[in-house]
Ligand binder design. Structure first.
Ligand SMILES: *Cc1c(COP(=O)(O)O)cnc(C)c1O
Length: 836
């Protein structure tokens, strides 16, 4: 079970590596690449240039580019390669990677060569790019973070494997019927995936159910788990090439395969469906991504997914470690495992089981190895989003793990008792078992005590973690919690998504910018430069024209590219408060209707985002946005001065189209609820100004761009806590705000839903009865902040100056910086690149 065929690797090691990353050798590179693409088209796709479809060209191009990556990949993983360095294993149930062609081309410095190579064949690179399906193996920010981290680890030279699940169907495709969200299955694999290598020979047996036997082994009690069923986990590898092609890491995704493809006995009885039934059931593990964001799915299949990929990944890395180092005692010296949220936390008892049951390591030593190897990233404080599993389900599905969890818990509680005798409140709060309302295993506690470091994803979030969810665990382990503010890869979110802006920035501060984004600060002295403003305005206008075209095509709405593009794009969730934005939209609409002839500032409100299929309130909010859009866009008194567009099917590719065209970035979650946000970083980098609360990474964006270049409003996290403790009364807030009252009345009375006037009665009454996310409390402050936006927008040069100061001062939010911090303070690995 080798990762790579050894003979081939050795052969490759002897061959000269193709030189990548040199745009200078343009034409020769293009000629060579053209030959390679043609060869792939002919011999891998089986098509001639005359009959090839755009998709065929995409596959041929991807395969040609992949070949170049593979040379480096095999070299780095060649067995005679210098002593392996410490590796990072990033375990994540989600990788929201999006399209990969431009990632690979850009990082290899081949974008121009590919454009030229294809042009010579009468094919347009940008059309080919669009033919790639968007790999949506994630819900939102958490999955996108994992994808940015994969790019950054390869770029700064941290040797890493990403481990996840190769879902047959990623996040659902969102359609709209009459303004209501419709979910359609997503089918990214239906035409194959040219980036991946199937490795049917790399497979591991994953057990479920059964019982635990105690046997006597040389006078010692030994536990043997006898699973009732087994599933095979089969590896599919995607090479991830870093910036300038220096390093290639591996994203290894597991697919479930039934050990027995078919029950011959049933087949021979003539029961053809029954013959396949078992296989279908077993393989359902890697069928679909759970489409829920910020709420745990809670079903047995989800727990199966978690254990399936955690166990396969651990078996894989333990095998590799034993091959390379021979002894599991040295695991923490050579391996760092990062848990992206609690979804893979079952890996902690799984490693204990492997050490104790399979390798006879004594408990105390096994625990030191485990804690020394694992670290855990927390992504949310919302109580409803904290993962826990019912004990009976865990005991049935993973009986040996449950025993280990009890043991971990007993030892942890003993330590806690020793430190704080008699503090029963502390004991119940740090216990792995939640005793309130049906006994459950708390995965957050498991991840916390099984890790040597636990991190939050923004400064505020980390502070709140210490005060809330992990208050008592933090008291017991005061050095464990650290902060690692999220980041984004600038290669995708600036260079690839916004080539027009990138060109201007390179002209202004030099191409070194691509290696060191903090060089963007060199823009600061030019922040008021009229020539720079003009160039930026032209680039942005072209981006806005392109987005206007998309809005016209998909929504049949015409928008003015010179209007302010006010953008809120993210999962639809009550805590993110799209509703607050819609209420402000209605307030503006009411104001325009009251005084149609005033000089209103043209504005386009752009929304995009998916709601979990079972999340009724979020789906109703989508419907409301669409209802408001229909009324506002067709009202002749508005004369196009306000337009509303909800773009369907938000994904990475749509984000790449919207972000470069945004003027205003809506980051308006209730303070204390958004752990970090990364959309806020992407938009600020691209020059949008933020209107937002002091929540998540908005706080750190403000610290960097300065108070004058961001629109901050609303209650702080502390004030939110205080309000809630006092018992917040929405009725009083509404009484105090005539604008808000009028808005709520019009929605409640069916102004936007004449076909069903009572559609929003429940929504509005609910808001008044129990405004959990303090929409009404923040409305006036938000409305006023929007008026300041208008005032600044009227002064083009002041606006552009603020925009430049945003782009210039958010270089720190590069995920390269985040990864270097993890490498140093959590993983103890040495990055190898000059980027470090
Ligand atoms: C960046 C990104 C997110 C996260 O956005 P937030 O505003 O931080 O919630 C979600 N989905 C996609 C497709 C993204 O690119």
């Amino acid at each position: 079970m080798n990762d790579t065929p050894t003979a081939l690797a050795a052969d490759v090691a002897r061959r000269p590596v193709r030189k990548a990353g040199s745009e200078a050798s343009g034409t020769t590179d293009a000629t060579k690449l053209r030959q390679e693409i043609l060869a792939e088209l002919t011999y891998s796709v089986g098509r001639s240039p005359e009959t090839a479809s755009t998709r065929d060209w995409f596959v041929a191009t991807a395969l040609a580019v992949r070949d170049r990556i593979v040379d480096r990949w095999l070299l780095e993983h060649a067995p005679d390669h210098a002593r392996p360095r410490k590796r990072v294993y990033y375990l994540s149930l989600e990788f929201l990677i999006g399209r990969l062609l431009f990632d690979a081309l850009h990082n290899l410095g081949l974008t121009d060569a590919a454009r030229e190579a294809l042009a010579g064949l009468g094919v347009e690179l940008d059309r080919v790019r669009e033919a790639e399906p968007d790999a949506a193996l994630g819900n939102g920010g958490l999955g996108r973070l994992a994808a940015c981290f994969m790019d950054s680890m390869a770029s700064v030279g941290v040797p890493a494997f990403g481990y996840g699940i190769r879902y047959d169907h990623g996040l659902f495709r969102q359609g709209m019927r009459d303004g209501w969200q419709q979910e359609y299955p997503e089918d990214w694999l239906s035409f194959g995936n040219p980036w991946e290598f199937a490795h049917p020979e790399i497979d591991y047996a994953i057990g479920f159910g059964g019982y635990v036997e105690q046997i006597n082994s040389g006078g010692r009690a030994k536990h043997v788990w006898r699973p009732a069923e087994k599933v095979d986990a089969v590896a599919f590898d995607i090479p991830v090439v870093g910036w300038r092609g220096k390093h290639v890491n591996t994203l290894r995704l597991w697919s479930a395969r039934a050990p027995d493809p078919l029950s011959l006995a049933a087949f021979n009885r003539g029961d053809y469906v029954g013959a396949l039934a078992d296989r279908v059931r077993v393989e359902s593990i890697s069928k679909v991504l759970y489409p829920s964001d910020e709420t745990p799915a809670g079903q047995e299949l989800r727990l199966r997914q978690e254990y399936f990929f955690a166990s396969a990944s651990l078996q894989d890395l333990v095998r590799r470690h034993l091959e390379e180092h021979g002894d599991l005692g040295s695991l923490p010296d050579h391996v760092a495992i990062q848990l992206n949220d609690t979804h893979p936390a079952i890996a902690i008892p799984e490693l204990m089981r492997i050490l104790i049951d399979l390798h006879d390591v004594p408990w105390a030593e096994a625990w030191l190895i485990t804690v020394g190897t694992f670290s855990y990233t927390n992504h949310t404080l919302l109580p409803e989003a904290l993962e826990s599993w019912p004990l009976p389900l865990m005991e049935r599905l993973l009986p040996r793990h449950m025993q280990i969890i009890y043991m971990i818990n007993a030892l942890e509680l003993e330590t806690a008792r020793g430190k704080r005798p008699g503090d029963d409140g502390l004991l119940s709060s740090v216990s792995l078992i939640d005793e309130n309302g049906g006994r459950r295993v708390r995965m957050g506690v498991l991840a916390f005590i099984g890790s040597h470091k636990v991190n939050g994803v923004s400064a505020l979030h980390t502070d709140l973690m210490k005060q809330t969810v992990f208050r008592d665990l933090h008291a017991l382990h005061p050095d464990r919690i650290v902060n690692k503010t999220n980041g984004i890869t600038f290669r995708r979110w600036l260079a690839q998504a916004n080539p027009r802006l990138t060109k201007i920035l390179i002209e202004a501060v030099g191409p070194e910018l691509l290696d060191d984004p903090e060089r963007l600060e060199l823009l600061l002295p030019m922040a008021d430069d009229a020539g720079l403003h003009d160039a930026l305005l032209n680039a942005r206008r072209e981006n806005k024209v392109a987005l206007a075209k998309i809005i016209a095509e998909r929504n049949d709405v015409w928008v003015d590219p010179d209007a302010l593009f006010d953008v809120q794009i993210k999962r639809i969730h009550e805590y993110k408060r799209q509703l607050l934005n819609i209420l402000e939209t209605v307030a503006v609409y009411n104001a325009i209707r009251a005084q149609p002839m005033r000089a209103w500032m043209p504005r386009v409100k752009i929304f995009a985002g998916k709601a979990a299929a079972s999340y009724h309130q979020a789906k109703l909010i989508i419907k409301l946005a669409n209802d408001v859009a229909r009324i506002v866009n067709s009202d002749p008194t508005v004369r196009g001065l306000l337009k509303v567009a909800f773009l369907p099917n938000y994904n990475v590719s749509l984000a790449e189209a919207i972000i470069p065209a945004a003027d205003l970035s809506e980051q308006i979650s209730t303070a204390g609820t958004e752990a970090s946000g990364t959309g806020n970083m992407k938009l600020a980098l691209n020059g949008a100004l933020t209107i937002g609360t002091l929540d998540g990474a908005n706080v750190e964006i403000r610290e960097r761009v300065g108070d004058d270049n961001i629109f901050i409003f609303g209650l702080t996290a502390q004030e939110v806590q205080a309000r809630k403790q006092r018992g917040f009364n929405a009725h009083a807030a509404v009484e105090a705000s005539p604008t808000l009252r009028e808005v709520l009345d019009s929605i409640r009375n069916g102004v936007f839903s004449p076909d069903d006037p009572s559609r929003y009665r429940g929504l509005i009454d609910g808001l008044l009865d129990n405004d959990v996310f303090l929409v009404t409390a923040d409305f006036d402050a938000y409305f006023d902040a929007q008026r300041s936006v208008y005032r600044l927008w009227r002064d083009k040069s002041a606006w552009m100056s603020a925009s430049v100061k945003n782009t210039a001062q958010v270089g720190w939010f590069s995920s390269d910086r985040t990864i270097l911090e993890y490498a140093k303070e959590i993983w103890n690995v040495q990055p190898s690149s000059d980027l470090a």
